[in-house]
Design a protein around this ligand. Structure first.
Ligand code: ZN
Ligand code: ZN
Length: 251
């Protein structure tokens, strides 16, 4: 066995001794760090390849070579393409909330792997990666921006540059949780965001990849995309860890 592998196994054994491995979905004891228990594995659903090519929503029937959902056909989204790793159902919600509100950031490398699988093409095409920002009050309360952690974890060697504060949230909006699609749209408009003056030149005429944890109606990412396009971005793609499979898109 190569020396480096021996060291890595010893390192993992020490880490497991200090911090007994916990399921990133529910916190139950598991054999390895950063894994899911069997029950949580069966409780999450990955977004398959049958998706709308614009908004990334799972589609039941994709007979057409360039499938597009009804919402995108009626009114194309402001962003170019959105892709997500997981369907945001009950199993996924528990894991995301554990990460976001429980501070279990040890899940980030696993999430980054899933993000890359779902959005390899978007990452390859991007010039700049920008996370959806938190308002500074919420950032102070939570201690971290979950979207920035996901954006940071994407591989960048030879790839897009990271502008972790490329977007700023200028207005503290109410939590989007529990709001209807129309209320979400009213709650969050493009005036809630601005491009950081330091990154204006890096964004102008570039393809931007916007990263967020969950896409529900798309109101937040659409407001961010609009801000980036107004600042001169050539196009904006969206990559999120999870998304709803409901068709109630607003933007
Ligand atoms: Zn579990
Ligand atoms: Zn669509």
């Amino acid at each position: 066995m190569p020396a480096i592998e021996v060291c890595s196994r010893i390192g993992r054994a020490i880490l497991n001794g200090l911090l007994p491995p916990r399921c990133i979905g529910c916190g139950a004891g598991v054999a390895e760090q950063a894994t899911l228990c069997a029950a949580c594995w069966t409780g999450i659903r990955f977004v398959g390849s049958a998706i709308c090519r614009r908004c990334g929503r799972p589609l039941a029937n994709v007979a057409a070579p360039e499938p597009i959902c009804g919402a995108c056909a009626a009114s194309p989204p402001v962003y170019d393409r959105a892709r997500s790793a997981l369907v945001y159902d009950d199993g996924c919600r528990r894991m995301v909330l554990r990460f976001k509100h429980g501070g279990h950031i040890e899940a980030v490398p696993v999430f980054a792997r899933w993000l890359l699988q779902a959005g390899a093409e978007l990452v390859a095409d991007a010039d700049v990666v920008v996370p959806v920002p938190l308002h500074r009050w919420r950032l102070m309360a939570r201690g971290f921006n979950q979207s920035a952690l996901l954006a940071r974890a994407l591989p960048r060697t030879g790839g897009p540059r990271l502008a972790v504060d490329g977007l700023l949230r200028t207005r503290a909006t109410d939590s989007q949780q529990g709001l209807s699609a129309t209320a979400r749209q009213r709650n969050i408009t493009s005036t809630a965001f601005t491009v950081h003056p330091r990154h204006c030149a890096a964004i102008a005429d570039r393809r931007v990849l916007l990263v967020d944890d969950v896409l529900t109606t798309g109101a937040t990412v659409s407001a961010c995309a609009r801000t980036l396009l107004q600042a001169g971005a050539r196009a904006v793609d969206v990559l999120t860890l999870a998304r709803t499979d409901r068709p109630d898109r607003v933007d």
